[in-house]
Design a protein around this ligand. Structure first.
Ligand code: NAG
Ligand code: NAG
Ligand code: NAG
Length: 413
């Protein structure tokens, strides 16, 4: 209802842009628009007209009709205001120009209040050179919070906190996913390399960062390149996706398995397939009750072989069979308008977040796009580091969004 009121005169939605010289909150028809935010009424762009400028490419041209400089919040629906709260901020907290140090595998370790993550390929050519291992780093949320406090009320003022690169064992090769913690260790999903199998492993979050591999084969065959995963909130079994990106980025041998989602039982060692219905299964998350699974299909991204916009860039929703935990009743949850959906997280309101081509997109439970954390470049993964702190990995930068939302439980016994 509130939204209806707010929309009646939204023809000039550009007028809602927050200017960095202002500190006050702009309110319109009862909706308080926080700093660093723009409101975009879908109806204001439903007709672009015969001379409209249409996008050709979702990977290189983004939807930013207010032409606002990133990072900022795009509000498509008033439900996003609940996610943001009254005084949200979004800013860079660490940057390494020219180095994809913050690519994937973010995981928060609550005990030390640190966030761990992995780089992309380590070679001098970054994305073009995937022969070496990637490296893992960590940041301290205590240092982040101190730096944010010191920056005061300067909304979005960029910071550059300490990034500590870790010495990790050789067996950890190309960590593309992480979650947990699980039994006080981080869960790592390692894509592997030409001479190292893909694996699911535990890593000690303290020095010497020792690693124990839980599995690295399906009854003798290597996985394609394990990519991402989560612990199921009820059964505590570990679910992982296995697309062929290692081969498509020239660091794995030709695949020998169908692209699938697997369930691993850490107690019995059993592994089984729970879904074979996706072209390139990528990010994965469960609803808090464990009854629903969300899986990203990044079919449209074909590694070094380019992109095909007619293939899925889609998050699918499944029922999780209560007995077998097979993913059933596949249906579209959201089709991404910028790049492909990569990592997925849920917040405590039941909203679904995914890192995409221009930042992080947020949908409500019904799959309606309610807002974006628009950073203007690819984000591959995200994690809540406690209530109110969303960490956004974006290649050569890490962003922090301070919001009202918090994540759901990812850690298990
Ligand atoms: C942030 O600090 C790192 C390490 O000192 C440095 O390499 C990097 O260039 C800094 N970023 C910016 C934007 O200055
Ligand atoms: C790391 O090593 C310690 C000491 O040997 C051991 O207790 C722990 O289980 C190991 N953790 C992992 C994840 O390998
Ligand atoms: C894109 O994918 C579709 C569906 O698989 C296929 O028919 C088409 O040839 C592909 N286009 C290109 C340019 O590869």
């Amino acid at each position: 209802m509130l939204w209806q009121l707010g929309l009646t005169t939204l023809a000039a939605f550009g007028a809602w842009k927050w200017s960095s010289s202002q500190e006050q909150t702009i309110s319109y028809a009862g909706i308080a628009i926080p700093p660093q935010a723009v409101v975009i009424d879908p109806r204001a762009y439903n007709v672009l007209g015969e001379h409209g400028s249409f996008r050709q490419n979702s990977f290189t041209e983004f939807f930013n009709p207010t032409n606002t400089s990133p990072p900022f919040f795009q509000i498509f629906h008033p439900e996003f205001l609940r996610v943001l709260g009254d005084r949200p901020t979004i800013r860079t907290i660490a940057s390494r120009p020219g180095t994809i140090f913050a690519h994937e595998a973010p995981v928060w370790f609550p005990e030390s209040d640190e966030v761990f993550f992995g780089s992309h390929c380590q070679g001098p050519e970054g994305w073009r050179d995937c022969r070496g291992n990637n490296f893992m780093s960590k940041i301290s949320m205590r240092e982040v919070k101190d730096a944010v406090r010191a920056a005061g009320t300067k909304y979005g003022a960029p910071l550059n906190i300490t990034v500590t690169q870790l010495e990790t064992p050789e067996v950890r090769q190309k960590t593309w996913g992480a979650t947990g913690p699980y039994r006080s260790s981080l869960i790592l999903i390692n894509s592997g390399n030409v001479d190292h199998p893909s694996s699911l492993a535990l890593m000690n979050p303290a020095p010497p960062y020792n690693v124990t591999v839980l599995f690295d084969n399906y009854y003798g065959r290597q996985f394609n390149s394990l990519n991402d995963g989560k612990i199921h909130p009820k059964s505590h079994k570990i679910f992982v996706t296995d697309p062929t990106y290692g081969f498509l980025q020239h660091f794995r041998e030709p695949p020998t398995l169908h692209n699938q989602v697997y369930r691993f039982d850490p107690d019995t060692g059993h592994v089984r397939v729970v879904s074979d219905e996706l072209i390139r299964p990528n990010g994965l998350a469960f609803s808090a009750d464990g009854n629903t699974a969300y899986v990203a299909d990044t079919g449209a991204a074909i590694g070094f072989h380019g992109r095909n916009q007619t293939l899925p860039a889609t998050i699918y929703e499944f029922d999780v069979n209560p007995k077998t935990q097979v993913f059933e009743n596949k249906r579209v949850f959201a089709y991404i308008d910028a790049g492909v959906p990569d990592g997925i997280q849920l917040d405590k309101f039941g909203n679904v977040y995914s890192s995409c081509g221009d930042g992080v997109h947020v949908w409500n439970h019904d799959g309606v796009l309610i807002g974006k954390f628009f950073v203007g470049q690819v984000s591959c993964n995200i994690v809540f580091a406690g209530d109110g702190n969303l960490i956004i990995l974006s290649g050569d930068q890490v962003f922090l969004a301070e919001v009202a939302a918090g994540g759901i439980k990812l850690a298990y016994p």
